[in-house]
Design a protein around this ligand. Structure first.
Ligand SMILES: CC(=O)SCCNC(=O)CCNC(=O)[C@H](O)C(C)(C)COP(=O)(O)OP(=O)(O)OC[C@H]1O[C@@H](n2cnc3c(N)ncnc32)[C@H](O)[C@@H]1OP(=O)(O)O
Ligand SMILES: CC(C)C(=O)C(=O)O
Length: 409
């Protein structure tokens, strides 16, 4: 086993910074959302890409969900070398045994057990008392522990659970052998200050807290999944569960690329590192879009087409003087490129720069004239290509040339 991948070996201490483990659940929580399911072949392709990206743990699926998911987890477990491979299981023997079997070939294996702890879920979903929840969790952890290298226990709906009861469930989970304790915000309900307070409380009140790793798993129902994940890290979480492009149940999970680049870009603020090869973020995002057939929204942070694109003249002028005026990350650090898109909002500086790139010599008078034609064209056309510019210049230089007329019509 590679100690660097083992949850129990890295005691949590937010005050001294350290390494945050990236637990990718694109292939489990991500694929649970309508429209995102992946078959075994798609999962294997994504798993290889996630390994290249440098994630620490890949949650490959839920083996009890279907024969194909069992096969996908088993194949990923057999094939991948570096990351820990995790499989989800309810606290039921059938799920645990199935997960254990699927993970048999893995170099580093983890069963991820979950059981609801909030009053609402205890009463309406499980119909179990507090003590029954504790007993079921403990016996499931013991069973799982015999099958794999390590066990993660998730208290489903943790952030709506009474803190003292949650601390008790987690304390028993540690005694039973869990080495990672995940407190998910299952329904994306809390705010950053609330999740910070919960993780601080848990680290102070769980018996054996110093021997385990605390993990955050945040959903985006109120658009706070990434902010909440970062707040949990500030409170000592050293594993975070996230997905490529933020896909996942309902409004999704915390987007891996956003969490990682926030930690990277604001490193002095958070004082932690990840093992992510950030240059692989963009290609991995695009691969997911390809295998699921779900395009990435243009304005998506980090990996959307517009994340490093500038059309406004004032911004383009700033970018041409110093890219730091309008970009806080280097696009090449996430595997993307900057683009200055010419359109309705562009100004003379960007137009001149593009014309010079196209090897036109542009004096002020030419620029003024061509700029006027360019602006009229943008009222009819959303973006302007190099061919359009060549035609505009041709019309300017050869007013009687017929090819240029098409541009104006
Ligand atoms: C927060 C999360 O994301 S949890 C993960 C959710 N993901 C999924 O559900 C995807 C995969 N799921 C499936 O394919 C199916 O739900 C299966 C195969 C796991 C189970 O199917 P079924 O046996 O038909 O049960 P169904 O899904 O209708 O109901 C859930 C059952 O699990 C029980 N259950 C729910 N959570 C847990 C848990 N953590 N531990 C033990 N039992 C649980 C429910 O009480 C219910 O039990 P019941 O059948 O005795 O009433
Ligand atoms: C299984 C758990 C971690 C989960 O997905 C959730 O609570 O959202």
């Amino acid at each position: 086993m590679n100690p660097a991948n083992q949850g129990s070996t890295d005691a949590v201490d937010s005050d001294v910074g350290g390494r945050v483990r990236i637990f990718d659940t694109t292939l489990r929580d991500g694929e649970q959302a309508p429209g995102f399911s992946m078959d075994r072949r798609a999962k294997l392709r994504m798993a290889h890409a996630l390994e290249e990206l440098g994630v620490d743990i890949i949650e490959a699926g839920f083996p009890q969900a279907s024969p194909d998911d069992f096969a996908a987890v088993a194949e990923i477990a057999r094939t991948l070398k570096a990351p820990t491979i995790a499989a989800l299981a309810r606290c039921q023997d059938v799920d645990i045994d199935s997960a254990g079997k699927a993970l048999q070939g893995a170099r580093h294996s983890r069963i991820h057990l979950f059981l609801s702890t909030s009053p609402l879920h205890r009463e309406h979903k499980l119909g179990k008392s507090r003590q029954e929840v504790i007993d079921i969790a403990a016996s499931a952890i013991r069973r799982a522990k015999a099958l794999v290298h390590e066990v993660e226990f998730s208290a489903e709906d943790a952030l709506r659970t009474e803190p003292d009861f949650l601390a008790e469930v987690f304390s028993v989970a540690v005694e039973a052998g869990a080495s990672v304790l995940n407190a998910p915000d299952t329904v994306g309900y809390v705010t950053p200050s609330e999740i910070h307070a919960m993780f601080t409380y848990l680290r102070e009140h769980v018996r054996g807290a110093d021997k385990v790793m605390f993990s955050a798993h945040c959903h985006d129902d109120l658009g706070m999944a990434v902010a909440n994940t970062l707040a949990a890290i500030s409170a000592g979480a050293r594993q975070v569960e996230c997905t490529i492009n933020g896909i996942g149940e309902r409004a999704g999970n915390a987007a891996l690329e956003e969490v990682v680049m926030a930690l990277h870009t604001r490193q002095p603020l958070f004082g932690v590192e990840t093992g992510i090869v950030t240059q692989r973020l963009f290609p991995t995002s695009r691969l997911l879009a390809e295998v699921t057939g779900q395009p990435v929204p243009r304005n998506k942070a980090i990996v959307g087409d517009n994340a490093f694109a500038h059309e406004s003249g004032i911004h383009q002028h700033g970018m041409l003087k110093h890219r730091g005026t309008y970009e806080i990350m280097r696009p090449q650090d996430v595997g993307a490129k900057t683009s200055l898109v010419l359109g309705k909002h562009s100004g003379r500086h960007a137009l001149r720069q593009r014309l010079e790139e196209l090897e036109f010599e542009v004096d002020e008078a030419t620029l003024d004239t061509v700029f006027e034609s360019f602006k009229s064209l943008t009222d009819r056309q959303r973006s302007i290509t190099n061919d359009d510019l060549v035609a505009l210049m041709d019309k300017h230089q050869n007013p009687n040339h017929t090819a240029a007329v098409a541009v104006e019509s």
